[in-house]
Design a protein around this ligand. Structure first.
Ligand SMILES: [Ca+2]
Ligand SMILES: [Ca+2]
Length: 248
C-alpha cells in the first residue's frame, strides 16, 4: 500500500505511502479501496496521512506515533493491512532497517501501539500482505525473501477477537501455525522490481497481488490460491512503469 509513485514524484526522497485509496482512485474498476487512509512520510521524516490523496490538492496531516516507534526517517516499507488485532482500528506493518514492526490501532490521528515483530531479519525480506489467505478467518503473513526470490506464507493463529490474529504467531515462523510455507519462487528484486498485496479482485476472497516485471516494467495481477502464488492472470498496466519510484 504504498504511493504508486505519486508521493515519490511530488514529495521527493524517501516518500512512502499507504496507497489503498490511491489505487482505488486510479483504478476504480479493480475495486481496491479500503477504509485505510494513506499513510506516508514527509520529506522531513514526519509521518503523515493524506485524506485527499489521489486528488490534485492533497493536504497532509501529521499522525502521532507511539514513543517507541522506529524513526520514520528509517522506514523502508509500509503496508496498511486493515484491522489485524481485532480492535476495529486499522493497523500498519512496516520495515525499518533490519526490523519488522506493526503500528496498531490507527484512529485517523494516531497509532496506539508500536510492536516490534522481529528485529534482525527484515533488511532482505519484504512484507507483501497480512491478510487471510487460507480463508480460515485468521490473517496470515505473506512475505518474500529478497535474497532468493522465495515467497512464503506464515499462517497466523487466532487472536482474542474473531477474525483477528495473535501478533505473536506471525512474529516468527516457529510461532506460527505451521512455519513458513513456500508458495512461490522466482520473485527476486531483479525479476519482480515491486510487489504488493492487494484486496481480492477476482471474487474468490483470497487477497491478490500486483507485481512489476523487471523485464518490461509492466504491472501484472496474480490471483493466488491458498497454497501458491501462481502465474499472472492479466496485465494491469501495459506501459513501462520501471521508473515509477514508490510503487509497492
Ligand atoms: Ca487493529
Ligand atoms: Ca483473489
Amino acid at each position: 500500500m504504498v504511493g504508486i509513485g505519486l508521493k515519490g514524484e511530488e514529495g521527493g526522497v524517501g516518500a512512502l505511502l499507504g496507497h489503498e485509496h490511491v489505487v482505488g482512485a486510479l483504478f476504480d474498476d479493480l475495486s481496491m479501496v479500503e477504509d485505510v487512509d494513506p499513510i506516508g512520510v514527509s520529506d522531513a521524516g514526519h509521518p503523515v496521512s493524506n485524506e485527499h490523496y489521489g486528488t490534485a490538492d492533497g493536504q497532509f496531516l501529521k499522525v502521532l506515533l507511539p514513543a517507541n516507534a522506529p524513526d520514520p526517517a528509517n522506514w523502508t516499507q509500509i503496508k496498511a493491512v486493515g484491522d489485524i488485532t481485532g480492535d476495529g482500528l486499522p493497523d500498519l506493518a512496516l520495515r525499518a532497517g533490519t526490523a519488522f514492526w506493526m503500528l496498531t490501532g490507527y484512529t485517523g490521528a494516531s497509532f496506539q501501539d508500536a510492536v516490534l515483530m522481529e528485529g534482525t531479519a527484515w533488511a532482505t525480506r519484504e512484507i507483501l500482505n497480512i491478510a487471510d489467505v487460507d480463508l480460515d478467518g485468521t490473517p496470515n503473513l505473506l512475505w518474500r525473501n529478497l535474497a532468493n526470490g522465495n515467497v512464503f506464507l506464515r499462517h497466523g493463529k487466532p487472536g482474542a477477537v474473531a477474525g483477528s490474529a495473535d501478533l505473536a504467531s506471525i512474529k516468527l515462523a516457529g510461532n506460527s501455525r505451521e512455519g513458513d510455507v513456500k508458495v512461490g519462487t522466482g520473485w527476486t528484486p531483479t525479476a519482480t522490481t515491486a510487489a504488493i498485496g492487494i484486496p481480492d479482485v477476482n471474487g474468490d476472497r483470497i487477497p491478490d497481488l500486483w507485481a512489476r516485471s523487471g523485464t518490461d516494467g509492466q504491472v501484472r495481477v496474480y490471483h493466488p490460491t491458498s497454497t501458491a502464488v501462481g502465474d499472472p492472470v492479466t496485465t494491469a498496466i501495459t506501459t513501462d512503469w520501471s521508473n515509477v519510484r514508490a510503487f509497492g
